[in-house]
Ligand binder design. Structure first.
Ligand code: ADP
Ligand code: MG
Length: 292
């Protein structure tokens, strides 16, 4: 992550034509290369917020800035924004429109001006990465929900925008494909791409995110590191979330005296295992010293 602010949102409000106030005065800054998890109950405004970040929706009030420049909603302005910001929609059917999978994934890259050969190389690479080859010539409307989801992610990843936004990328996927997408997201981050995603998976947010942003009723209820957010029980209840199991286990081991107080909250199972092994070694060491 760098110090540079790549995305800023100020006073963003949005009311749907039927009068639903979906967003009410949202402010946010995201740094280049940051990994941000958006969480919150269904209907709290996450998808509506995301659709503002590449100009699909125009705010009722407030502004969105990419690299310090406010979004220009002219045709040309939006084209420029979409080179920088790619969104994978929550519902793949709103995104996929080409006849075949291979055409669908090539469309965006060719549209950005890549040569046929360059486009083919990029498309082949992402097709291999997401194991799409078995259905690459199929019409997109014949795919299963999970296959559509992978194609919609490939669609955006292949264009390598500076910012990638994924709206519930793991929904409709089995555990094998969840892992595949998680690995792809990690590779995108390693390339310095800024990743914003929405998820209900607290375990994943705990180990992945630099920052958790909690939405509640169209506003940001809280934001901070996963440890900060997930330690606040009232907040978790308000937003229909549960404390990550790893965090609960860590607390129980401390309460039982099996781990010392003052350790940083572990983000991964490996880290917790390491704490437990270390505590065990210390205990063995102490009992040996006492025997002497
Ligand atoms: P989330 O992604 O957090 O589940 P959404 O952004 O989809 O939340 O929805 C925020 C609010 O806007 C909800 O009250 C939802 O019912 C409403 N909403 C979403 N889409 C529309 C729409 N097209 N027309 C009217 N209301 C909508
Ligand atoms: Mg949503």
């Amino acid at each position: 992550m760098t110090e540079k602010t790549i995305l800023s949102v100020r006073g963003l409000s949005y009311t749907y034509p039927d009068g639903t106030k979906a967003l009410q005065g949202v402010d946010l800054d995201v740094r280049q290369g940051e990994k941000v998890a958006f969480m919150g109950a269904n209907g709290s405004g996450k998808s509506t917020f995301f659709l503002h970040l590449n100009g699909v929706y125009k705010p009722s009030a407030g502004s969105v800035y990419i690299d310090g420049v406010p979004i220009n909603y002219s045709r040309k302005g939006l084209l420029q924004v979409r080179r920088k910001v790619g969104i994978v929609f929550q519902d793949p059917d709103s995104q996929l429109f080409s006849a075949s999978v291979a055409q669908e994934i090539s469309f965006g890259v060719l549209n950005l001006g890549a040569s046929q050969e360059e486009a083919k190389n990029k498309v082949d690479a992402v097709i291999e990465e997401l194991e799409i080859a078995p259905f690459r010539e199929k019409p997109t409307h014949f795919l299963s929900g999970g296959q559509k989801k992978r194609v919609s992610i490939a669609d955006i990843a292949v264009m390598e925008p500076d910012i990638i936004i994924l709206d519930e990328p793991s929904s409709a996927l089995d555990p094998y494909h969840v892992e595949m997408i998680d690995a792809l997201i990690d590779r995108l981050s390693q390339r310095g791409i800024t990743v914003l995603l929405s998820t209900h998976d607290v375990e994943r947010a705990m180990c992945w995110a630099d920052r958790v942003v909690l939405f509640c009723e169209g506003k940001i209820a809280a934001q901070g590191s996963p440890e900060e957010i997930f330690s606040q029980e009232e907040l978790m209840e308000l937003t229909h979330l549960k404390k990550p199991v790893i965090y609960q286990l860590f607390d129980s081991l401390k309460d039982a005296g099996m781990l010392p107080q003052g350790l940083p909250v572990p983000r991964t199972v490996q880290q917790l295992t390491h704490y437990i092994e270390h505590a065990k070694e210390n205990k063995e060491q102490r009992s040996k010293t006492q025997q002497l």
